[in-house]
Design a protein around this ligand. Structure first.
Ligand code: CA
Length: 419
């Protein structure tokens, strides 16, 4: 495994930074007086690549791709274009670069920047591909005998979500209203969600389009990069609506993503294998090599005005299915995939309680409220709570970090139908 690559941007050589020269993740930022534009994180700075392109100092090819505040045009260049640009960017920021003097004016302190969506999400699909999570939810809802649905060990179960509700970290999330009906209620009511929850996930971003079925290897080659993803979930709305077609409004309020797209290239040294198969997969879903990643993940919860408590710590390599398998499965019907498609991994939970990636599991549907460091307890999210997802692949003397994926729960509005 390679070590830390030295950069002339000094803060990038700190072994604790999320953004060393080995990482170079892609985002969209704005500053006072200048609107959203493409940037690359390096140490505690952002490199304004839109500015560099406009000045003719750095280019990803012709025509220019950074004039729009999104990485979609760059993704359209495909894997060869991605690799060429990453090589040029690495040389530009490496120790001893002859272009340092010309590049330095295009560095913006991260603390002076505001982050935006790094791309236009084409479509959003969410999966249910973590076995520990599926087992926990199955036991809570159906009991230990039928915890896993019969198809679960054969296909990565998914549903089509809404691209329109994907938001960048730092966006507040309003508690939704919906139809709720508990087992001891006679009739449903329309009310604010009482069981608002998080789901700790990774998001995979498709960078190459397809039109027809692809293999798992082709799917892996189509993936551009990864983000942290919190799939906000209204458990009580879901409990009433999801039969028989799965979640709908319960998952449509918001899905938060971290602002930096960490490229597959940066994660390459951290490839890992998914767990051993419990049932042999059909050939079209078999992985030809390691396609999950060793990425440590953490969730913190901070009540309003209080310090955060770590409520879960796990690893992306707990997933039973990789994003490449999910993407291959997604195309089996001939479903075309587009540049900018976002695939949610499904909730990531490990085998022990401290690794559970949702409050539904952590509080066992409210039966075992969680104790926070502030002395408060939580079964589900309360108004004012701030959730933060963090993640990093840890190398020898460096880390490939994702930055934070945060959101604060705002109280429900007054009855939206009261006129
Ligand atoms: Ca989910």
């Amino acid at each position: 495994m390679t070590g830390l690559r030295q950069s002339w941007v000094e803060s990038a050589n700190d072994p604790e930074t999320d953004f060393p020269l080995n990482n170079l993740p892609y985002g969209v930022f704005s500053t006072d007086g200048k609107g959203p534009r493409c940037g690359v994180a390096i140490g505690d700075m952002i490199l304004d690549v839109a500015g560099l392109e406009a000045e003719g100092i750095l280019s990803a090819g012709d025509p220019p791709v950074f004039s729009e505040p999104s990485w979609n045009a760059f993704m359209e260049l495909g894997p060869e274009g991605w690799a060429g640009f990453r090589g040029a960017l690495t040389a530009l920021l490496a120790e001893g670069s002859s272009l340092r003097k010309r590049v330095e004016p295009f560095l913006v302190p991260m603390e002076d920047a505001r982050m935006h969506m790094p791309m236009a999400v084409a479509e959003y699909t969410d999966f249910y591909a973590g076995k520990n999570h599926a087992m926990n939810i199955g036991i809570i809802l159906r009991g230990p005998e039928n915890a896993l649905p019969p198809n679960w060990l054969h296909i990565p179960i998914g549903y089509n979500g809404r691209a329109s509700s994907v938001v960048v970290s730092g966006t507040d999330v309003r508690r939704p209203w919906g139809q709720l009906k508990g087992p001891d209620m006679e009739a449903p009511v329309f009310a604010p969600c009482k069981r608002f929850d998080l789901e700790l996930e990774m998001g995979a971003i498709v960078g190459v389009p397809s039109n027809g079925p692809v293999t798992v290897q082709e799917a892996d080659d189509m993936i551009f990069g990864y983000v942290l993803l919190n799939d906000w979930s209204a458990r009580d709305i879901q409990g009433w609506e999801y039969q028989p077609l799965g979640p709908f409004q319960a998952k449509a309020t918001a899905t938060s993503i971290s602002p930096w797209i960490v490229t597959k290239a940066a994660l390459e040294p951290f490839r890992a294998s998914t767990p051993e198969r419990e049932k042999e997969l059909l050939p079209h879903l078999v992985e030809p090599g390691p396609m999950i990643y060793d990425i440590d993940l953490m969730v913190t919860l901070a009540p309003e005005g209080k310090t955060p408590t770590v409520i879960a710590e796990t690893n992306y390599n707990r997933m039973y299915y990789s994003a490449a398998q999910q993407l291959a499965h997604h195309t089996t019907s001939g479903c075309p995939m587009r540049v900018g498609d976002l695939l949610g991994s499904g909730t990531i939970s490990g085998p022990v309680k401290s690794e559970r990636g949702s409050l539904m599991e952590l509080s066992w549907a409210g039966k075992e409220p969680l104790e926070l460091d502030s002395g408060e307890t939580r079964s589900f999210l309360e108004d004012g709570d701030t959730l933060t997802l963090l993640g990093a692949a840890k190398g020898n003397g460096y880390r490939i970090g994702f930055g934070a994926c945060s959101g604060t729960v705002l109280p429900a509005l007054d009855d939206p139908y009261a006129r």
